[in-house]
Design a protein around this ligand. Structure first.
Ligand code: ADP
Ligand code: MG
Ligand code: MG
Ligand code: MG
Length: 683
C-alpha cells in the first residue's frame, strides 16, 4: 500500500470527480515526466516488501486465529522506530543497518515491512537481505503478545470459514463488504479501506464473486454444493447473488474484497538509471511474472477447503473487480465508455519499451485506451508507447476520493495520479519519481507469493535482482506476445504447475530483432554490418516497425513451450531428438554473470545457496509452499479426505509454519520444501 491519504472519503453515490481526478492526474504525471525524463545516471537501488499475517494461537483449544491488533502493534512499532531512528541519526549508523519500517495493509491482521533504506547493488547488500528480513520478523514479534506470531502464509486457510477465525470474534458481514463470510471488522479501519471495499461493490453493481475449483478428494461430494453458503439469507439486496448463480457448484465461493486483498505477497522494486532502462526492465520482467508466480505458489486452501489451484493472483483479481456489467460485456454499453477485458488487478497488457528488441507483434492484446488522455499526453510530447500505457491505466475510475483533497497543485502533488496508478494492480508497476524527490524511475515486480521462511523470501528477492543485472549486462531479450504471457498466467495457477505445466518462453534470449535483420540482410553472423534488408533497403530504416515486421521470421517461431525446469535450469540439444533444443536457463545465466564478477568464494557460496533453492524448486527436487501445505493437510490424522481444512488441521499447520519460520526443521518436516539448504547457510 502506498501512503495513506487522510480526510473524508466520498461514498460512491457522491463521487463525481472521476474526470477531474483523471485530468489532473495526467497533468501531475506530465509535471513529473517533464522534470525527470532526461535524468540519467541513477544508481540501482532496490527493496522488497514482505507481508505478514499476525496469528493468535490458542494452544488450549487448538485454534489459530487472525489477530486484529494491527493498529496497536503498528503504534508500538512506530514508537520504537522513531526512538531507534533518533539514535541512528545521532550515531551515523550506516543505511544498511538501519531499522526496517512497518506499514499497514488491507487486512486488520496484516503488516507489511520493508528495509529502512533501499539496498544497493552490492553483493554485501544482497547477503544482508535475509538478515534484514529476520530482523523485521524479530522486531515485529517483540511488539506482539506472547501468543501472537507473524506468519508469512499467502492465504489463510480458514479465512471466511464457519465459526471463529478472527481474534476477537465478529459475526460475518457489515455495510462495507456485505459479505456472507467476512466481518467488516477484519478490514483495516482507516477510512480508505472500508470505502475501497464498499465503492468497488457499488461501482460494480453487485458483490464481487470469486469461484475457485474445489480439490476433489476421495470423499468430497460430487457435485460439491457448499453447505456453508447461506443461500437463503437475505439482509442486503446483493445477498440474492449466491442464490442467483454467483456461487458455482464444485467451487469455493468468495464474495468479498478481503479474500483477495487479505493475502500476502512478496514485491520487489528497482530503481533504473533512467526512464528508458526502467521501460526496458518493465518489459523484460513482464514475461517472467507468471513464471515466478508458479515457482512461488503458496496458496492452496481457501475458506476452509482445499482448492484445485495453488496461487492467490486470480482471487485478488476477482476480489477488486469493480467493472460494471456493461464493462464486463454482459450488457450493451450505455452508461459506461468501454468494454474492459481485465480486472484492475491483472497482468500487464502493454509493453513499454521501444528498443531494438521490440516488435509490434508482441503487443498483441487489444488495448483499451482513453483517446482524450492519450492525446493530452501526446500533445505534451510523450511518445506513443508511454502515452498508450497511461491512456490504458486511466480508463479506470478513482475508487476513493477524499473531499479535502479534490483541489491540488498539479505542479507539486501526485495524489490524483497515484489514485489511479496505485489502484491499477498489475503484475508489473512502472513507478515515476515522486515529485520533489531525488528518487528515479522505478519498476516493481509484483506477482510473487510470500514464502513461509525468510530464507525463501530472500532467495526469490535476490534472484530477481540478479536477473535484472543479467538482463542489462547480457542484453537479454525475453520478449514474446503478451497473449502468451497471459496464457502462462492462467496455467501458473494450476495445481503443481511447476511440475506439470509447460510455459511459453522465448527460445533465443540473446538475439534482438534488429540483429536478426542484420544477419538476414548480409547472410553473415556479424552484428551491425549492415542495416539494409532486401525488402527494406531503400524505403525504410531498421527502426521502422512495419518494415521490421515484414522482414523478420514469423513471431510464432520465436517462442516455444518449455517446462519450468528448462526455463530455469536450461536444456541441451540431444542428437537424434528433433524435439530437443538448447536453452541457456535463467539459473545458468545468473551463474555466468556471477562468474564474470569479482566475488570472493564465501560470498559466492552464500549466494549459491539462494540460487540453488530456485534451481531445485524448478526441477521438482524441492516443492512449493502450496505443495507442502496441501500435503500437510492431506496427511493430517484429522483430515477426512473431503477437502475440508478443519480448525485443528489449520492450527497444526500454522504451528508447523511457525516452527519452519524459526528455522526449526524436525522429524523431516519441511525437508521437501527447504531440503538441506537452510542448514548449510550462515547468516
Ligand atoms: P509500494 O507499497 O507503493 O509498492 P513501498 O514503499 O511499500 O511501496 O515499498 C517500496 C520498496 O521500494 C521498499 O522496499 C523500498 O525500500 C524500496 N525503495 C525505496 N526507495 C527506492 C528507490 N529509490 N529505488 C528503488 N527502491 C526503493
Ligand atoms: Mg503491500
Ligand atoms: Mg508497500
Ligand atoms: Mg508494492
Amino acid at each position: 500500500m502506498g501512503l495513506l491519504s487522510l480526510g473524508t472519503p466520498l461514498p460512491w453515490s457522491e463521487q463525481k470527480y472521476s474526470d477531474h481526478v483523471r485530468q489532473h492526474g495526467i497533468q501531475q504525471f506530465l509535471h513529473i515526466w517533464k522534470n525527470t525524463k532526461d535524468t540519467k545516471g541513477n544508481l540501482l537501488l532496490w527493496g522488497d516488501e514482505v507481508e505478514y499475517m499476525v496469528v493468535s494461537l490458542d494452544d488450549k483449544n487448538k485454534r489459530a486465529l487472525l489477530s486484529l491488533r494491527q493498529a496497536q502493534i503498528l503504534k508500538a512499532l512506530e514508537i520504537h522506530e522513531s526512538e531507534v531512528r533518533k539514535y541512528e541519526d545521532e550515531h551515523h549508523v550506516p543505511e544498511g543497518d538501519r531499522i526496517p519500517t512497518f506499514h499497514p495493509e488491507y487486512g486488520r491482521y496484516m503488516l507489511e515491512a520493508t528495509p529502512g533504506y533501499p539496498y544497493s547493488a552490492s553483493f554485501d547488500d544482497l547477503l544482508n537481505v535475509e538478515k534484514n528480513m529476520n530482523k523485521r520478523r524479530a522486531i515485529a514479534i517483540d511488539h506482539m503478545h506472547s501468543n501472537e506470531f507473524p506468519v508469512t502464509l499467502a492465504s489463510f486457510p480458514r479465512l471466511g470459514a464457519p465459526g471463529q477465525f478472527t481474534d476477537p470474534y465478529y459475526p460475518p458481514t457489515g455495510p462495507a463488504s456485505r459479505s456472507f463470510f467476512l466481518p467488516d471488522e477484519l478490514i483495516n479501519p482507516h477510512a480508505r479501506f472500508p470505502t475501497l471495499t464498499a465503492n468497488i461493490r457499488e461501482r460494480r453493481g453487485s458483490k464481487v464473486a470469486i469461484n475457485l475449483p474445489i480439490f476433489k478428494d476421495k470423499l468430497t461430494p460430487s457435485p460439491f454444493i457448499d453447505p456453508t453458503i447461506p443461500f437463503d439469507r437475505k439482509i442486503f439486496p446483493e445477498d440474492a447473488n449466491a442464490k442467483d448463480g454467483a456461487a458455482l457448484p464444485d467451487h469455493i465461493y468468495m464474495d468479498s474484497m478481503g479474500f483477495g486483498m487479505g493475502c500476502c505477497c512478496l514485491q520487489i522494486t528497482f530503481q533504473a538509471t533512467d526512464i528508458d532502462e526502467a521501460r526496458k526492465l518493465y518489459d523484460m520482467l513482464a514475461p517472467l511474472s507468471p513464471i515466478f508466480l508458479a515457482l512461488t505458489a503458496a496458496s492452496p486452501a481457501w475458506r476452509g477447503y482445499l482448492s484445485d489451484q495453488d496461487c492467490r493472483w486470480n482471487v485478488i483479481a476477482g476480489s477488486v473487480d469493480d467493472r460494471t456489467e456493461e464493462e464486463r460485456g454482459i450488457k450493451p454499453l450505455k452508461n459506461n465508455k468501454f468494454v474492459i477485458p481485465k480486472s484492475r488487478y491483472d497482468s500487464v497488457s502493454w509493453y513499454l519499451s521501444r528498443g531494438p528488441e521490440y516488435r509490434p507483434e508482441y503487443n498483441d492484446i487489444p488495448l483499451v485506451q482513453d483517446e482524450a488522455i492519450k492525446k493530452t499526453l501526446q500533445d505534451a510530447g510523450v511518445d506513443d508507447a508511454l502515452a498508450s500505457h497511461y491512456a490504458h491505466l486511466f480508463i479506470r475510475d478513482p475508487i476513493v476520493v477524499f473531499s479535502e483533497l479534490v483541489d491540488q497543485d498539479d505542479a507539486t502533488s501526485s495524489d490524483h495520479f497515484e489514485n489511479i496508478q496505485s489502484t491499477n494492480w498489475q503484475t508489473m508497476r512502472f513507478k515515476p519519481p515522486p515529485p520533489g524527490s531525488n528518487i528515479g524511475w522505478r519498476v516493481e515486480f509484483r506477482s510473487m507469493e510470500i514464502q513461509l521462511t525468510d530464507f525463501e523470501n530472500a532467495a526469490f528477492a535476490i534472484f530477481i535482482v540478479l536477473l535484472t543485472r543479467v538482463i542489462l549486462s547480457f542484453k537479454l531479450n525475453f520478449y514474446m506476445p503478451l497473449s502468451k504471457v497471459d496464457e502462462n498466467m492462467v496455467n501458473a495457477h494450476h495445481r503443481d504447475a511447476v511440475l506439470n505445466e509447460k510455459f511459453y518462453f522465448r527460445k533465443d534470449v540473446f538475439t534482438s530483432s534488429d540483429s536478426l535483420l542484420n544477419v538476414s540482410s548480409t547472410g553473415s553472423e556479424t552484428e551491425g554490418e549492415s542495416m539494409a534488408n532486401s525488402e527494406c533497403s531503400s524505403e525504410c530504416s531498421a527502426s521502422d516497425e512495419l518494415c521490421k515486421t515484414r522482414s523478420l521470421p514469423p513471431i510464432e517461431e520465436e517462442y516455444t513451450l518449455m517446462s519450468m525446469d528448462e526455463i530455469i535450469n536450461g536444456s541441451k540439444k540431444v542428437s537424434g531428438d528433433p524435439d530437443s533444443f538448447e536453452f541457456p536457463g535463467l539459473v545458468p545465466l545468473v551463474q555466468s554473470y556471477l562468474d564474470s564478477m569479482p566475488i570472493d568464494v564465501e560470498t559466492r557460496c552464500r549466494l549459491n545457496a539462494y540460487i540453488d533453492l530456485i534451481s531445485r524448486r524448478a526441477s521438482g527436487k524441492l516443492e512449493t509452499a502450496a505443495s507442502f501445505i496441501r500435503k500437510f493437510i492431506r496427511s493430517h490424522p484429522a483430515y477426512k479426505f473431503d477437502s475440508v481444512v478443519s480448525e485443528e488441521i489449520n492450527y497444526d499447520l500454522v504451528k508447523t509454519v511457525e516452527k519452519l519460520t524459526k528455522g526449526e526443521e524436525w522429524d523431516g518436516v519441511g525437508k521437501d520444501l527447504l531440503g538441506g539448504i537452510t542448514a548449510e547457510r550462515t547468516l
